[in-house]
Ligand binder design. Structure first.
Ligand code: VG1
Ligand code: CO
Length: 542
């Protein structure tokens, strides 16, 4: 087999966003595009003699991309690549394999919650030896290399059979095909009280798991149905499909509407859950009650000690800035530290590595802990099941008690999709330009007490991340936050995050959109959303 050096035509720089490089599939399939970025990864982190993990969420182009990456890893001198069978791995399972085998990192092929298929999205993320997403300094280095790249290395070879477990040789590099589920399932058994959850299912407890035709299907069937004894058929949309069956694998009330409808119907089971394209997100629903991700994080933090893996308590908690402050109050009650980071899981890595935080979460349906270095959809669902099995209460009862004890943060996120980028940028720039004048002014009967553009100093390595989102804070703990998404592939997506705190239990049936109405109006007035973008109403409300 020969190593070939291919000269590439200049490809414009490939800039990773919130979570890896994400583009239209056709762009990734274009001449040298995937190869260029993979070479930038290997040039940046070094490949010679190293071991990597490789897998993806099974979307269109996953299998072909895996073969290209393997041939390039071999050409760049890697010693070994551990691949999930069929080139499949959920993001948290990949993170676990990187850590368990102490590899030099891993490549995950996924555009996460973005739809898949020839006309939809594809993506590539690099994870570090700690199992977590590459930090900004590393992705910036990769980006700079893509702007300068003139050639890449690849071996001439047949496809490696990835459907059979075992070892193979590719131009002197070992390819080890492993079961994508086995190690992950064992990790879950170590963290949670499977006997208690099994007894709960045996006692008639019923749940619905919607894997949205994405990667968690095989994991959920093995763990929920086989190991925990949930009835066959508990998992729906359990076969990963290249186009996710045409679904948008983003587990929220809009895109997982069939699950929401079932959970609010007469025949609702006790518990419902869904996860996203690459298995790192989760949505949790009780019978007749939706659990917002920010509330879910707070409830998990308050109850984690009920699961064997967290019996000793939490070292601290961390949330992304736009996530509601509900978990902060739990941390104060527990007497542990709480941290506020920019959006994106890469910012939690240092806190987890340094033992400052055990649990982390984002308002975007992501929760996780120090068991891996990614958010983990099934992990969150299993922690909820463990809590339900121990407390023997319904989701509604648990939430009601939680709000009574800690107060309630009404919360919502409004997304305005595919705005013309120049218009979105102009709106944000205008808002940023006015921040200094806002404190002390009144709007919708509320007083603005502070306004800034969030910046973060990492407490471990001191790195500074600026311009992470505009925050406008009102007296009494209400606020709104505005930032542009870093994961979209069409124009700009404006995210407007809304939050209002009420002491005491509040009313479980109170629609958050009503509770937040004055803050929604204030945000529209202040930012001039309609004037700048022509949009009055959001495309997705979560
Ligand atoms: C979104 C979410 C963010 C999450 C990121 C990756 O980013 O808001 O919280 O970490 O997606 O999630 P953005 O920049 O579009 O707001 V996933 O499931 O892609 O790994
Ligand atoms: Co995801």
């Amino acid at each position: 087999m020969t190593i070939r050096t291919i000269q590439t035509a200049a490809i414009p720089g490939q800039k990773p966003g919130t979570s890896g490089l994400r583009k239209k599939t056709a762009v990734f399939m274009g001449h040298h595009y995937l190869e260029n970025f993979i070479q930038a990864i290997f040039d940046s982190v070094g490949a010679k003699g190293k071991t990597f993990v490789l897998g993806g969420d099974g979307r269109y182009f996953n299998a072909e991309a895996a073969q290209v990456i393997l041939r390039m890893a071999a050409a760049n001198g890697a010693a070994r690549v551990i691949v999930g069978q069929g080139a499949l791995l959920s993001t948290p399972a990949a993170s676990h394999l990187i850590r368990r085998h102490q590899t030099d990192g891993g490549i995950i092929m996924s555009a996460s919650h973005n739809p898949g298929g020839p006309t939809e999205d594809f993506g590539v993320k690099f994870n570090m030896p700690n199992g977590g997403p590459a930090p900004e300094a590393v992705t910036e280095d990769m980006y700079i290399r893509t702007t300068q790249m003139t050639q890449y290395q690849i071996v001439d070879a047949q496809d490696v059979p990835l459907d059979k477990l075992g070892l193979d040789d590719l131009a002197g590099m070992v390819v080890e095909v492993v079961d994508p589920v086995a190690d992950y399932a064992v990790l879950m058994e170590q963290l949670f009280d499977f006997a208690a959850i099994r007894a709960m299912f045996a006692g008639g407890f019923r749940m619905r798991m919607d894997s949205m035709c994405a990667i968690t299907g095989p994991y959920a069937v093995e763990i929920l149905e086989k190991r925990l004894g949930a009835p066959a058929g508990t998992v729906i949309n359990g076969t990963p499909l290249p186009d996710f069956g045409g679904l948008h694998p983003d587990p929220n009330p809009t895109w997982a509407k069939p699950l929401m409808d079932e959970m609010f119907s007469q025949s609702a089971p006790d518990f419902g859950a869904a996860s996203d394209g690459d298995g790192d997100r989760n949505m949790v629903v009780g019978r007749g009650i939706y659990v917002s991700p920010s509330d879910s994080l707070a409830v998990l933090a308050a109850n984690a000690h009920l699961a064997p893996g967290y019996r000793g308590g939490l070292k601290g908690v961390a949330r992304s800035m736009p996530t509601s402050a509900a978990v902060d109050r739990v941390a104060k009650a527990l007497g542990i530290g709480h941290y506020e980071t920019p959006t994106g899981w890469k910012f939690f890595g240092n806190l987890l590595d340094a033992g400052l935080a055990t649990l982390c979460g984002e308002e975007s349906f992501g929760t996780g802990s120090d068991h891996v270095r990614e958010k983990d959809g099934l992990w969150a669902i299993l922690l909820w099941l463990n809590i339900l099995a121990v407390r023997k209460q319904s989701v509604a009862e648990i939430l009601a008690e939680h709000f009574a004890k800690f107060g309630r943060n009404y919360y919502s996120r409004h997304d305005f999709d595919a705005i013309e980028t120049a218009k979105a940028d102009a709106m944000m720039a205008a808002l940023r330009g006015r921040l200094a004048d806002l404190p002390g002014t009144r709007l919708e009967g509320m007083e603005i007490v502070a306004a800034d553009d969030f910046s973060y100093a990492d407490p471990v390595d001191g790195s500074i991340s600026t311009a992470q989102g505009v925050r406008v804070m009102f007296k009494g703990g209400s606020r709104f936050v505005m930032r542009l998404s870093g994961t979209g592939t069409e124009g700009a997506t404006l995210r407007l995050y809304l939050e209002r705190f009420v002491a005491g239990p509040g009313d479980l049936d109170h629609d958050p959109q009503d509770a937040l109405a004055p803050i929604i109006r204030a945000a529209h007035v202040l930012a001039g959303i309609e004037a700048f973008t022509g949009r009055l109403r959001p495309d997705v409300v979560t």
